[in-house]
Design a binder for this molecule. Structure first.
Ligand code: ADP
Ligand code: MG
Ligand code: MG
Length: 865
C-alpha cells in the first residue's frame, strides 16, 4: 500500500484517498498553478493508524521520510537546516470539506536554535512571530492546551514593555518564548525541538482529530461515514506575515451570498492564514487589492477564471502573497446560499459552461424551500428602530431569544424556545448550538469567518462583524449604545441586510428573482409529470398559481366547514330531527359553498380544479366540551340532553375507518347533492360571465364498484336535474380517490366509471401498513432507528408495497380507460424521493401544498433527466 503521494502524483478524482484538500492541491499543481510544493498522507493511512492506535508504523515513517527528502531536494532547503531552513504546514483534509473541524499547524520545523539563524536571514520580528505561532498552534492541536493562555502572556508582556509584539527585541522575545514553554511544562508537556518529532506528533494529532467530539457531531449532522478518515497534507510554508507586501486571503470566484459573477472575498496584509478565518483583525475587501497590489490582483482574477473553467463551478480559494508573489493554498467548490446556487447555475448555463440538464441536477430541491424563506414584512420594519448593524453573512429573517453559549442554545431549544446565538465570534465547539439556532450573530469577524461559513452551509440566517454590540459571554449580556441586554431578550435578525432589531417582527414571503423563474421554466421543459397544488383558500390558490401550479389536484371541501357560522349550519344539519330542518340547513350550506366554489374557479379559470366531496367522519364537526355543547344546543334551540344523545349516537370507535367519505355520501345523499349543486351552479354562472370552466368532482374513499356507481348516481342525477332546471349545460368530470388497497386491485373496473384517479397516499399508506396515521409517532422513531423501516412511509412513499399497489392501479386503470388521468395527492406528492417513484409508475401529475410547488417542479424535472 502506498501511503504518501507527492502533489505531482495526485489529481482531483483521487479525493477519497487524498482528501478534498490534497486532491485539489495536486490538481492545481498539475495545472501549473503556483502551489507551494508538498505531499499528502492518505486517508487509508489514517484509518490504519486509528485501528491500530500504536503510533505511526515503520512503513509510514519510511514513506514520510522519503517524501521529506524529495521536498528538501525540490525546495533546496533542509528540514532543521539552520542555513536554509525548510518550514512546513501540516494540514488535515477529509474527503469532503469540514470547515474548521480539523486542525492545522503552520511554521513547523522551527526550534530554539533555528529561530535565531532564521531571524538573521529574515528579521527578528518575523522569525519570532512564526515561532510563537508554532508554539501556540502546536500546543492547541497536539496537546489541547487552550490558546487563551498564550494570548494572555502576549498581552501581559506587551503591557510590561509598552510595545507591540512585532516591536519586541531579542531579549523580550526570548522572555516570551520562555513563558510559552512554561505553559507547556505547567500542562505536563514539552515542546519537541527536533523537526521530525514535531512532524510525527502533528501527523498523529491530525489523524486523531478525526475522532474528536466536534468532528463526530459534524459527521452525524452531515451523514458522513466514520470510516472515511482524514488525509494529512505537508506543505512548504510561504509567508503572508513577511511584511506589508505580503498577506493572506480567502476568496470566492463568485459572490456566495447573492451569486453575482464577481470575485468576492477578503485579504489581510502581513498576516498568516489563521488570522483571517479567526476574524481577529477586520480584513480588506478583495477588490481593494486592485489598488494596493494591482499585479497580484490581476493574476488572481485570472487564476479564478481558470479554476472555474476547469472545475465548472464556483470555487472557494485560499491564497497567500509573499513579497508580491501569489501562492494558491486551497481550492474547492464553494458553499453558497440558496439564492446564489440558483443564480450561479443559471449564469453557468447561460455562459455555456454547463448544460441545462446539468444545471437542473445541481440544485437540490430542498434548497428552493430556503429560497422561499420569509423576509420581514416591510410594513412591520417601518415602525421599528435598528438596534445595530453588521455584515449580512447568510440570508433569512429570524426571530428568537438571545443566548450566549451553545449549551444554553441546546437547553432552551429543548424547552421549545426559538433561540438566537449571539457571540463575539464562534468556533468549532459551538457547532451544536449553531445548528439549533434560528440565527447566529457575532460582534467580530468577516464574511469568511467561522460563523459565516458554517451558517451559509446550514442555511441559517447570520450577521457577523456587528461592531455595535459588545458581547460578554461570561456574564451573559450584551451592550449596545450604553444599554445592557441579557439572555432571553427577544430580537429579530435580518440576514439580508445585516440589521438587528429588538422584539419579534412579523415575516412574509420573499420575492424571488428572474433567475429563479428561468430555472423553473427550464425544469418544466424537461419534465414529464405535471405539478398541481393542494389548495382551497383564495390565498393558497393564488400562491399556488404564482409558484407555477398547473392546476389544483385537491381542494378539500371540509376545510370550508370549520368557519364559525358555517360550523353551526353543519351542526344544524347533522343534528336535524326532521327532513325540513335538514333541508333548511343544507340550503344555507349550499349558498356558502356556491360562493366558495365561485371564488375558487374564478381564480383557477381554465386550469384544472379538482373538488373532493366531504371526506371526514361526521363526529369531527360535533361539539366536544360541555361549554360547546351548551352553546350549540342554545343556538339550535334544542335541549342539551337531546344534543348529548345525538352525539352519543354518532360516536364511533374508530372514526377514520368508520362512517366517512362516500359511505356518508350514500347514507346522507343530501350532502353530496348539495356540494355537486354548488359546484355546478357556480360554474354555470362563471361560464355565463365568459369564463368557461370545467369542474372536476372527486369522490373519496371508494373501495368497490357498486359503491362508486351508487355515489356517482346520486351526484349525476342531481346535476341532470340542474341542467334541466337552468336550461344550460357545462362539461364536467367525475373521478375517484384511490386510497383503499382494494380499489387498487379492482382499478380496471373502477376506471370504467370515472374520468380520473387521484391517489390519496396518506390513507393508502395507513391502510396498506395498517398504521394509524395519528398514532405512528409512538413507534415510528424507534422503527427507523432500529432499521425496521428505512424511512417514514408517510413522508416518502413505500415503493415496495404502497408503490406496487399504485403501479397495479395505474396499469389496470389504463387498460379499461386509456384516457384516464392519474394524479397523486397527499404529503408525499411533494417529496423528491417519492417523485422518483411516481415517475417510474408513470402517473400524470403530482399535487402538493403551495409552498412545495417549486421544489416539486424541480424534482419532477430531475426525475425525468
Ligand atoms: P482549514 O481547513 O481550517 O482551512 P488549512 O489547512 O486550509 O485549514 O489552513 C488554514 C490556512 O493556513 C490556509 O488558508 C493558509 O492561509 C494557511 N496555510 C496553510 N498551509 C500554508 C502554507 N504552506 N503556507 C502558508 N500558509 C499556509
Ligand atoms: Mg483551508
Ligand atoms: Mg383520504
Amino acid at each position: 500500500m502506498k501511503r504518501v503521494y507527492d502533489f505531482r502524483e495526485g489529481q482531483a478524482s483521487m479525493n477519497q484517498l487524498l482528501g478534498g484538500k490534497g486532491a485539489n492541491l495536486a490538481e492545481m499543481t498539475n495545472l501549473g498553478l503556483p502551489v507551494p510544493t508538498g505531499f499528502t498522507i492518505t486517508t487509508s493511512a489514517c484509518m490504519e493508524y486509528l485501528e491500530k492506535a500504536q503510533g505511526l508504523t515503520t512503513a509510514l515513517m519510511q514513506e514520510i521520510n522519503a517524501a521529506i527528502c524529495r521536498l528538501e531536494e525540490r525546495t533546496g532547503k533542509g528540514f532543521g537546516d539552520s542555513k536554509n531552513l525548510l518550514l512546513v504546514s501540516v494540514r488535515s483534509g477529509a474527503r469532503v470539506s469540514m470547515p474548521g473541524m480539523m486542525d492545522t499547524i503552520l511554521n513547523l520545523g522551527l526550534n530554539d536554535q533555528t529561530v535565531e539563524s532564521f531571524a538573521e536571514k529574515t528579521s527578528l520580528a518575523f522569525a519570532y512571530d512564526c515561532y510563537r505561532r508554532l508554539l501556540q498552534m502546536f500546543a492547541d492541536v497536539v496537546y489541547g492546551i487552550s490558546p487563551q493562555y498564550f494570548a494572555s502572556e502576549i498581552e501581559e508582556l506587551e503591557m510590561t514593555y509598552h510595545k507591540d509584539l512585532l516591536d519586541f527585541n531579542q531579549k523580550e522575545f526570548a522572555e516570551l518564548i520562555t513563558r510559552f514553554k512554561k505553559i507547556y511544562t505547567d500542562n505536563g508537556q514539552i515542546f519537541p525541538q527536533e523537526p521530525v518529532d514535531q512532524l510525527t506528533e502533528a501527523v498523529q494529532s491530525v489523524f486523531k482529530s478525526w475522532n474528536n467530539h466536534r468532528a463526530q457531531v459534524y459527521r452525524r449532522l452531515h451523514k458522513i461515514p466514520n470510516d472515511w478518515g482524514t488525509a494529512v497534507n505537508v506543505q512548504e510554508m510561504v509567508f503572508g506575515n513577511s511584511g506589508a507586501n505580503s498577506g493572506t486571503g480567502v476568496a470566492f470566484t463568485r459572490n456566495p451570498a447573492t451569486g453575482e459573477a464577481k470575485v468576492y472575498g477578503e485579504f489581510l496584509s502581513n498576516a498568516q492564514g489563521e488570522d483571517i478565518v479567526a476574524g481577529i483583525r477586520t480584513p480588506e475587501k478583495i477588490s481593494e487589492l486592485a489598488d494596493s497590489m494591482p499585479k497580484v490582483y490581476q493574476e488572481f482574477t485570472e487564476v479564478c477564471k481558470r479554476l472555474e473553467a476547469h472545475y465548472l463551478d464556483m470555487q472557494d480559494i485560499e491564497f497567500t502573497v509573499e513579497n508580491g508573489k501569489l501562492y494558491l493554498l486551497q481550492t474547492r467548490t464553494g458553499k453558497r446560499t440558496a439564492k446564489a446556487t440558483v443564480k450561479i447555475v443559471v449564469d453557468l448555463v447561460r455562459e455555456g459552461v454547463i448544460s441545462k440538464e446539468e444545471g437542473l441536477m445541481r440544485v437540490k430541491p430542498e434548497l428552493l424551500n430556503q429560497l422561499l424563506h420569509p423576509v420581514f414584512s416591510p410594513k412591520a420594519l417601518k415602525v421599528v428602530d435598528i438596534l445595530a448593524k453588521g455584515l449580512p453573512a447568510s440570508p433569512g429573517a429570524a426571530t428568537g431569544k438571545v443566548v450566549f453559549t451553545a449549551t444554553r442554545a441546546k437547553e432552551l431549544t429543548e424547552l421549545g424556545e426559538k433561540v438566537i446565538l449571539v457571540r463575539q465570534e464562534t468556533s468549532p465547539e459551538d457547532i451544536e448550538g449553531m445548528v439549533l439556532s434560528q440565527a447566529i450573530v457575532t460582534s467580530r469577524g468577516g464574511l469568511t469567518s467561522h460563523a459565516a461559513v458554517v451558517a451559509r452551509g446550514l442555511g441559517t440566517c447570520c450577521v457577523v462583524g456587528c461592531g455595535d454590540l459588545q458581547v460578554d459571554e461570561q456574564k451573559g449580556e450584551f451592550h449596545v449604545h450604553g444599554k445592557t441586554y441579557t439572555e432571553g431578550q427577544a430580537i429579530s435578525v435580518n440576514g439580508n441586510t445585516g440589521e438587528l432589531y429588538l422584539g419579534i417582527i412579523e415575516t412574509e414571503l420573499m420575492e424571488v428573482d428572474e433567475t429563479f423563474y428561468t430555472l423553473m421554466t427550464w425544469a418544466d421543459e424537461v419534465s414529464q409529470l405535471g405539478v398541481c397544488a393542494n389548495a382551497e383558500t383564495v390565498k393558497d390558490l393564488t400562491t399556488a398559481l404564482q409558484f407555477g401550479a398547473k392546476g389544483v389536484g385537491l381542494a378539500r371541501t371540509e376545510h370550508m366547514f370549520f368557519a364559525s357560522e358555517r360550523l353551526l349550519e353543519m351542526r344544524r344539519m347533522i343534528l336535524a330531527e326532521t327532513p325540513e330542518e335538514k333541508q333548511q340547513a343544507l340550503a344555507t350550506l349550499l349558498s356558502y359553498q356556491q360562493q366558495d366554489f365561485y371564488d375558487m374557479f374564478a381564480i383557477t379559470k381554465e386550469k384544472s380544479l379538482i373538488v373532493r366531496l366531504l371526506d371526514p367522519p361526521m363526529h369531527e364537526f360535533l361539539p366536544q366540551t360541555e361549554k360547546d355543547i351548551i352553546e350549540v344546543a342554545d343556538s339550535l334551540a334544542k335541549p342539551v340532553t337531546k344534543v348529548k344523545e345525538m352525539i352519543a349516537t354518532l360516536h364511533e370507535t374508530n372514526p377514520m375507518l368508520g362512517h366517512r367519505g362516500c359511505r356518508l355520501g350514500i347514507t346522507e345523499p343530501g350532502i353530496y347533492q348539495m356540494q355537486a349543486e354548488a359546484i355546478i351552479r357556480s360554474c354555470i354562472a362563471l361560464t355565463k360571465a365568459g369564463i368557461s370552466v370545467k369542474p372536476k368532482i372527486m369522490i373519496p374513499l371508494i373501495g368497490g364498484v357498486a359503491e362508486l356507481v351508487a355515489t356517482k348516481t346520486i351526484i349525476v342525477e342531481r346535476i341532470n336535474e340542474l341542467f334541466a332546471e337552468l336550461n344550460s349545460e357545462i362539461p364536467y368530470e367525475i373521478g375517484t380517490m384511490i386510497e383503499i388497497p382494494r380499489a387498487c386491485l379492482i382499478a380496471d373496473k373502477l376506471a370504467e366509471h370515472v374520468d380520473f384517479f387521484s391517489f390519496g397516499t396518506n390513507d393508502l399508506t395507513q391502510l396498506t401498513y395498517g398504521y394509524s396515521r395519528d398514532d405512528v409517532a409512538k413507534f415510528m422513531p424507534e422503527y427507523i432507528e432500529k432499521h425496521i423501516l428505512p424511512h417514514d412511509p408517510f413522508q416518502t412513499v413505500d415503493e415496495e408495497g404502497v408503490g406496487e399497489l399504485m403501479r397495479i392501479a395505474v396499469e389496470k386503470g389504463r387498460q379499461t380507460n386509456p384516457s384516464l388521468s392519474i394524479g397523486v395527492c397527499g404529503e408525499v406528492g411533494g417529496d423528491p424521493d417519492s417523485i422518483q417513484v411516481f415517475q417510474k409508475i408513470k402517473v400524470d401529475y403530482v399535487s402538493c401544498s403551495p409552498y412545495r410547488i417549486p421544489l416539486a417542479r424541480l424534482s419532477v424535472a430531475q426525475a425525468a433527466i
